[in-house]
Design a protein around this ligand. Structure first.
Ligand code: AGP
Length: 608
């Protein structure tokens, strides 16, 4: 959602903030703004609808010299994207300025109260009330005033607040939205994501919900909202600034697709021990895992599609009921949950509000909650009894790629580990799985090489009216994910369907301008899938098949074939999705789309 960055220290704050905002732009890009307390003691604010580049153009070379400031990229929730609604927002005196990620749910009530009290509010946003609440509470100490204002807020927030009269001090606060502190030599940072500040410092503090951070250059004092000091450890960010850069690729998405072999290796690092799969993170909850009798998976979007693989394997290997539910629906019709229910929350960002809310509900009802996430220190890790990290490195493109394949592989390992613990996975099956997992990174490299043809194919398919993606069993999540990729980045309609359902309605969409994309890798359901593919052929649809190398039959049946290496069926989702990612990428490029930051989307959706 929104991206936040704050700085206090000896550097020129303007360039530090703009650099941070560019790196955070994937979180939201409806508008951008910065505020600085200048060397002359003035509060300077510039904010614009549009991307950071628009803000930068507006600033030109008139960014004033300043050692402190804050910045924001917005993904609109309350109030349309406009210069006026862009952050930062200020109080009546023009001394206090605020940036915010999240939603102040009681802002209408607070706004009425503030207006009745004589405050003048200019924007349509929920955020502006915060600046005025801080103004009302200010008695010479910004941190005290912020803590007082926070006590009035309901909803979610990551906030950074600055006062013109305290020109080296930033105050940050978080509740259900990410915010980290960065500590450098004589300088301090606040950011919604380490990507914004890792070029300057790797020493960070992950704030917890309810924390208030009071920053001066080089120091940070953390308290709760009542002002009582709290201790938070300083963590070291393990990745470099370069890791978050494009590394020579035209887009982050393309880079991240090519990083998948490495990301798969990283996801398995330390988890394959000879012929066994072992996730140490589960050790503290082994007692409870021993008693589980049902598995519920919760996730959104790409993570939901990955979770379908996990649910199928938990059910098959453990022999207990297992299913996956979209997080936003889980809360409204929760299944029976008790202490024997294992709930697995899958989320790349660890900050997706729907998934956090569903995990919290499950935890409140006594479930054992395990988070599968890419983000150390994220909100989901605080809802979970144990967290298993993807270890995939930062993913910048809004369209998830390497985190999908690492989610699938991590869920395969998770299900196998628990099945092993419960004595339900025999040694031979586990050994076969370990061997297949070890081959997977090299096979992913091969799949990327083989998918080079998707660039030329995209030329022929980029003007299609839409696409129908089908798959069965482990091919089904790959079809869903392939369709989502096309929708997200090329803005073409695509349906992802269980292949057997094609004939129950959506087949009417097929014609010469609506191609059928069939995940037809080697599997127990191959023959049935081929029948579905033929149904499409008979309706004049061009057919793109994702097939296993060595399949001699499929070339006669499909218009185009994307080859992938052979693997075990549960791992086939990982290899099958690779050509579909690249196909979506090249279709979007041919259509001139903004691949890394597609319209209307945000990398991390921290509103319900
Ligand atoms: C995928 O390309 C999207 N960015 C989106 O569907 C995403 O997977 C979803 O919003 C869930 O995000 P999370 O994994 O961070 O929870």
């Amino acid at each position: 959602m929104c991206g936040i960055v704050g700085y206090t220290g000896p550097r020129e704050a303007g360039p530090v903030l703009l650099d941070g905002l560019r790196r955070l732009e994937y979180r939201g890009y409806d508008s951008a703004g910065i505020a600085l307390v200048t060397q002359n003691g003035d509060l300077f604010v510039e904010k614009r609808a549009g991307k950071v580049a628009v803000l930068q153009d507006a600033l030109g070379n008139r960014t004033p010299s300043a050692g402190i400031g804050l910045g924001h990229t917005r993904w609109a929730t309350h109030g349309r994207p406009s210069d006026l609604n862009a952050h930062p927002h200020s109080d009546c005196t023009g001394r206090i300025t605020v940036v915010h990620n999240g939603i102040v749910e009681n802002f209408r009530e607070l706004r009425s109260e503030l207006l009745a009290g004589g405050h003048v509010l200019a924007s349509e946003t929920d955020t502006e009330v915060v600046a005025h609440l801080v103004e009302a509470a200010y008695e010479g100490d910004l941190a005290d005033a912020v803590r007082s204002a926070l006590r009035r807020l309901e909803g979610a927030y990551a906030l950074v607040v600055m006062h013109r009269d305290e020109p080296d001090r930033l105050v940050g606060a978080r509740l259900n939205a990410p915010l980290i502190v960065g500590l450098g030599d004589d300088e301090s940072f606040l950011a919604s994501d380490a990507a914004a500040i890792v070029a300057y410092t790797k020493r960070v503090i992950f704030l917890a919900d309810g924390d208030v951070a009071d920053l001066r250059p080089g120091t940070a004092t953390i308290t709760d909202r009542a002002g009582a000091p709290v201790d938070r450890p300083v963590d070291i960010i393990p990745w470099s600034a370069e890791a978050a850069e494009k590394g020579g690729y035209a887009h982050f998405m393309l880079k991240e697709i090519h990083e998948q072999p490495e990301a798969l290796t990283a996801a398995m690092t330390g988890r394959l021990r000879h012929d066994k799969i072992c996730l140490e993170e589960l050790d503290p909850i082994r007692d409870r895992l021993a008693g589980i009798d049902r598995v519920e998976m919760i996730a959104c979007g790409t993570a939901y599609y990955a979770s379908l693989v996990g649910a199928a394997l938990f059910q098959e290997w453990l022999g207990v009921p297992a299913r996956s539910t979209v997080s936003s629906e889980f809360r409204y019709s929760p299944p029976p949950i008790d202490p024997h229910t294992l709930v697995v929350a899958v989320t790349q960002s660890g900050e997706t509000a729907d998934t956090i809310a569903a995990a919290r509900l499950a935890g409140d009802r006594g479930a054992l909650v395990v988070a599968v996430t890419n983000t150390v220190g994220s909100a989901i890790t605080r809802e979970a009894h144990a967290s298993v990290f993807l270890q995939a490195g930062p993913e910048v493109a809004v369209a998830a790629t390497k985190t999908f394949v690492t989610q699938v592989v991590t869920l395969v390992m998770l299900a196998a580990d628990v099945a092993h613990q419960l004595g339900r996975l025999n040694a031979e099956a586990e050994l076969g799985l370990v061997k297949a997992l070890r081959r997977l990174p090299a096979q992913a490299s091969r799949a990327i090489e083989l998918a080079a043809s998707t660039e030329e194919m995209a030329e022929r398919y980029a003007s299609a009216n839409g696409f129908m993606y089908i798959g069965r069993a482990f091919g089904y999540p790959a079809a869903l994910e392939g369709a989502l990729k096309i929708k997200e980045i090329s803005y073409l309609h695509a349906e992802g369907y269980a292949a057997g359902e094609l004939k129950h309605g959506p087949i009417s969409l097929l014609d010469a301008d609506v191609p059928l994309v069939a995940v037809a890798t080697r599997s127990a359901v191959y023959e049935k899938l081929i029948s579905n593919l033929m149904e499409g052929r008979a309706r004049d649809a061009r057919v793109i098949a994702v097939a296993t190398e060595g399949d001699t039959e499929i070339e006669r049946l499909a218009t185009d074939v994307c080859w992938v290496p052979d693997t075990l069926e549960p791992l086939s989702t990982i290899l099958a999705v690779i050509p579909l990612q690249l196909f979506a990428y090249y279709v979007a490029v041919k259509r001139g789309r903004d691949v890394d930051q597609p319209r209307n989307l945000a990398k991390s959706v921290t509103v319900e």
